[in-house]
Design a protein around this ligand. Structure first.
Ligand SMILES: CCCCCCCCCCCCCCCCCCCCC/C=C/C(=O)SCCNC(=O)CCNC(=O)[C@H](O)C(C)(C)COP(=O)(O)OP(=O)(O)OC[C@H]1O[C@@H](n2cnc3c(N)ncnc32)[C@H](O)[C@@H]1OP(=O)(O)O
Ligand SMILES: Cc1cc2nc3c(=O)[nH]c(=O)nc-3n(C[C@H](O)[C@H](O)[C@H](O)COP(=O)(O)OP(=O)(O)OC[C@H]3O[C@@H](n4cnc5c(N)ncnc54)[C@H](O)[C@@H]3O)c2cc1C
Length: 666
């Protein structure tokens, strides 16, 4: 009976929506074509039994990994059979929803050869990689060195006699450690190592190294290789074979050094090309950009589960003869709706960042390197901001689902375990924010010298105004004006940046200042990145947004995103005198009324993500809201319930119970 009521309840919730949900689905997907591809690939995966994933938490590591190999092979077969485009294949991978060696092959190995190889090298290696005749990974991080790329120890010493490089791991700490796909699957790697010629160290460069035989997959001579072991959570990222790798004087031909940035001639002379050396870090810029797009997916998924369940779950009170839906509690709304708003905000900033990345790539091809520093700062900062928020948000969604959120069948524990390393890989989030702060400090310091800030830092041109402008909010409704909000975020960021720059200038050595003020610098970088997200959301709303009521919903979400940030970082806004406490209190009133506006649309706003039940993998987030019978069904499937009396009863339970009986008789 109760289950039936839950099913009806979500139908009822859906009928409350005040906007055109199909139009919103297209906005979320990024266009009609994108929606069609995504929808088709989601259904394809959901209907294929090989892509089943509900058993991941109970498979042991070996079974889990073998199952991932099977899925990857099957995915590849389907991609070939159905002649899927790159866009379709990557959507298919997304819905398969399982980290695999293929991610590193397609996501890093191929891009690093494309970005850092010469024309000749691309011609030689890419066709084999595209056909998956070789499988590659990205071997940069070492046991003793991750964040500090310039500190890597692996050496690539040129031997002019044989025209070869000798790749070697001189110490334990120089062992490659972490690369995904390395542990078991890869046949090749792009290895980052110190380039040594004629006894001189020329810094870091990438080298293509074959690791395993293409006949029997055995490691080649001089190569010691394996998996680094189990990681956080059951299932989760353990489908990936993160590996270790040591080299004992392994020889490779000279032409396997990636030579777009630096070349080594036959005589052993190092020639620096005219592209900036930072292109050696280019693959990380590419992946950071994809991670930002992915953040909105992970966040929207958690929010979808928590929102649907919050509409099904009832506790206390009385609503038409039932207990109150927990989604109607203001506290639940004030925790959930900012996350819903963040999911949309990250979706739009991810779209913009993709554009920025394409733009910088085209410019680089035309030898215009001017926007590279800004692209680095934006990708680093937004990767850091969106992954930190998303990781925290997944945990918050678990708590929003109460006790049932802690069950694996809620889908949230695994989502969290898979997602949290995003705060560390592709650059630790704090290290990346310090890069943004460095960029901001440099931008401010150059203002006097006539250097014009570009792109996302253009607001610093209005520094004088931003340092003293009062906030234009007189009444509550002013908080809904996008230009008022954007200017406020600009003023906060500008004031914090200038304050930090002033503090820095008091140090005789800038490095000492950066060390001492690093916590403040991180706050400055965060403020700047939040400004970018808010302004990209506002810019999105200035575009043509078709569909009845769609724009109004997005406007409400945009205001919730900005005002909930204001509430969270009130200390920043008040201490920089950007707003008064009266204005802060008005913002809080507006937030409450925005939550009321979103409440009837909440289920439809998460339906717009168009996630299948297969992809969500959550009993709590089921589309039909039929939570309780399914929770019961899932519990019965647990291996512990396979027998009525547990294994081990006779050895370990019965003796204890018998002993208790004897003690009781005494
Ligand atoms: C089962 C299904 C099967 C399906 C089959 C088929 C499917 C097909 C579809 C495929 C889908 C693909 C999916 C793809 C997803 C990809 C998944 C990825 C998973 C992630 C795995 C993780 C990988 C990694 O972690 S790799 C290692 C990453 N490591 C780091 O990030 C290290 C971080 N450290 C650094 O970047 C540097 O050390 C840094 C920047 C911190 C410091 O650098 P520095 O040189 O020592 O010092 P600095 O003085 O600060 O900088 C000098 C100068 O350079 C500028 N700079 C720095 N970085 C950059 C940059 N990147 N670009 C441009 N400029 C940069 C910096 O600003 C300074 O400038 P100036 O101030 O002007 O001097
Ligand atoms: C799941 C996963 C997959 C990965 N895949 C790959 C891969 O495919 N290929 C690859 O090469 N690598 C990979 N990595 C490695 C990853 O890139 C590194 O772990 C990451 O760059 C962080 O470096 P670290 O581990 O050295 O952290 P550390 O730098 O040792 O960080 C430790 C702590 O020190 C702090 N810290 C460090 N430097 C500073 C500083 N300058 N100022 C202030 N605080 C600082 C950090 O904030 C952090 O709190 C992977 C890692 C994980 C977890």
């Amino acid at each position: 009976m109760e289950a039936e009521a839950a099913v009806d309840y979500l139908v009822d919730e859906r009928s409350k929506a005040q906007f055109d949900i199909d139009a919103m689905k297209i906005i979320w997907a990024g266009g009609k074509h994108e929606f069609e591809v995504s929808d088709r690939m989601a259904r394809l995966v959901a209907s294929d039994p090989v892509f089943r994933k509900d058993n991941r938490a109970i498979l042991d590591r070996k079974e889990l990994f073998k199952n991932t190999l099977r899925k990857a092979a099957h995915a590849w077969k389907r991609i070939i059979e159905l002649r899927l485009s790159e866009q379709e294949a990557s959507k298919l991978r997304f819905f398969v929803d399982e980290p695999a060696y293929t991610d590193l092959h397609w996501g890093m190995f191929i891009p690093v050869i494309k970005g850092q190889g010469t024309e000749e090298q691309r011609k030689k290696w890419l066709p084999m990689a595209y056909r998956m005749q070789i499988i590659g990974c990205y071997a940069q991080t070492e046991l003793g060195h991750g964040s500090n790329v310039q500190g890597l120890e692996t050496t690539a010493t040129f031997d002019p006699e044989l025209d070869e490089f000798v790749i070697h791991s001189p110490t334990l700490t120089s062992s490659k450690w972490w690369p995904g796909g390395l542990g078991r699957a890869s046949t090749h790697a792009v290895v980052f190592a110190r380039l040594i010629t004629d006894g001189k160290d020329h810094g870091i460069n990438g080298f293509i190294v074959q690791l395993r035989s293409l006949d029997d997959h055995l490691p080649l001579p001089g190569i010691i290789i394996g998996d680094i072991g189990m990681k956080f959570g059951n299932g989760a990222y353990n489908t990936m074979d993160n590996g270790f790798l040591r080299f004992d004087h392994v020889r490779i031909p000279r032409d396997q050094m990636l030579m777009r940035v630096k070349q080594v001639t036959r005589e052993g002379k190092v020639v620096q090309s005219d592209v900036p050396w930072q292109l050696l870090y280019g693959t990380m810029v590419y992946v950071r950009q994809t991670i930002v797009a992915d953040a909105s997916c992970a966040l929207s998924r958690a929010v979808c589960i928590a929102t649907r369940y919050s509409a099904v779950r009832r506790q206390f009170g009385s609503q038409n003869g039932h207990e109150t839906q927990v989604i109607d509690y203001r506290t639940q709304q004030s925790r959930l709706f900012p996350l819903l708003a963040s999911a949309y905000a990250f979706r739009f900033v991810g779209e913009w960042l993709k554009w920025l990345y394409m733009d910088v790539t085209q410019r680089l091809q035309a030898r215009d390197f001017s926007t590279l520093p800004e692209a680095h700062a934006c990708t680093a900062g937004l990767k850091s901001l969106t992954t930190s928020v998303t990781a925290d948000a997944i945990e918050e969604c678990r708590k929003l689902c109460g006790g049932h959120g802690y069950l694996c069948s809620s889908g949230l524990p695994e989502l969290f375990a898979v997602y949290v390393p995003a705060c560390t890989y592709e650059g630790d989030n704090i290290v990346l924010l310090l890069q943004v702060a460095r960029f901001l400090m440099k931008t401010v310091s150059q203002l006097g010298s006539g250097e014009r800030p570009v792109g996302t830092t253009t607001y610093l041109l209005r520094l004088e105004h931003l340092l003293q402008c009062p906030c234009d909010v007189q009444g509550a409704e002013d908080w809904l004006k996008p230009d008022v909000v954007v200017q406020l975020f600009e003023a906060r960021s500008a004031r914090m940046t200038v304050a930090c720059a002033k503090s820095l200038s008091k140090f005789s050595k800038p490095e000492d200042g950066f060390m001492d003020l690093s916590a403040d610098l991180v706050s400055v970088a965060t403020a700047h990145c939040q400004l970018i997200v808010v302004s990209k959301f506002v810019e999105k709303l200035q575009q043509d947004i078709p569909g009845e009521g769609v724009k109004q919903q997005l406007e409400a979400l945009c205001s919730i995103y900005a005002l909930s940030l204001l509430k969270k970082h009130l200390g920043d806004f008040l201490s920089t005198s950007c707003i008064t406490s009266k204005q802060a209190s008005l913002a809080n009133d507006v937030l409450r009324s925005l939550y009321s506006q979103v409440r009837p649309n909440a289920i439809a706003l998460v339906d717009a993500f168009n996630y299948t039940d297969h992809f969500l993998g959550s009993v709590l987030g089921r589309y039909d809201g039929n939570v309780y019978p399914k929770l019961y069904e899932e519990a019965l499937k647990d291996p512990l319930n396979e027998s009525v009396v547990p294994d081990g009863y006779h050895e370990y339970l019965q003796p204890v119970l018998k002993q208790r009986l004897r003690t009781a008789r005494l």
